[in-house]
Design a protein around this ligand. Structure first.
Ligand code: SF4
Length: 180
């Protein structure tokens, strides 16, 4: 894959995570200006586009926790040449997967009934929210992943290093497989 011709089309995605990994992207500070001259940011949590665009590189924060995430990550994989797990929730499930030790209904009861100041019950009908999956999954359990950037959140230097290597058309290789 040639990532050098023209600007590289990049997207970021926010699944089941706390947004801390996106904050780590901002921690690249002035290096963001250098990257901005080489990439076109096609989608991010701010754009909230319903149809994910065709892109070269997508960074995914968060685990796959509900049916909306499941559908979204499959579409993202189809439309991304390179998919990067950004942070431990995407890589292993991490904090998001802590609910796997409990049942979905127990978690919903805790959130919407036991710890709610105004008890409205679990949303349904017009108050619909995406249905939680029985088990939170790391991204690689659902789709193929090209690179893994570990950390909670991953270090800004590591994010920059991987992106710079991809933009230079020189992705890291280890034992015949690619790792971030
Ligand atoms: Fe938040 Fe850490 Fe998960 Fe990133 S890896 S979304 S910082 S909990």
């Amino acid at each position: 894959m040639d990532l050098v011709n023209g600007k590289v089309r990049v997207a970021t995605v926010w699944l089941g995570g706390c947004s801390g990994c996106h904050m780590s992207l901002l921690d690249m500070d002035e290096r963001l200006l250098e990257l901005a001259s080489r990439i076109e940011l096609c989608a991010s949590p701010l754009t909230d586009c319903k149809d994910f665009p065709e892109v070269d590189v997508t960074l995914v924060e968060g685990a796959v926790a509900n049916e909306e995430h499941l559908e979204h990550i499959r579409q993202v994989r189809e439309k991304s040449k390179v998919l990067i797990c950004l942070g431990d929730c995407a890589v292993t499930g991490n904090v998001t997967a802590m609910r796997n030790a409990y049942g979905v209904s127990e978690c919903l009861d805790l959130a919407y009934r036991e710890n709610s100041a105004v008890v409205i019950g679990v949303p349904e009908g017009n108050l619909v929210v995406p249905k939680l999956l029985d088990r939170v999954m790391p991204v690689h359990e659902v789709v193929r992943v090209d690179f893994f950037l570990q950390g909670c959140p991953p270090d800004a230097d590591a994010i920059y290093s991987l992106l710079a290597q991809l933009l230079d058309g020189n992705p890291p290789v280890s034992d015949g497989r690619r790792f971030g």
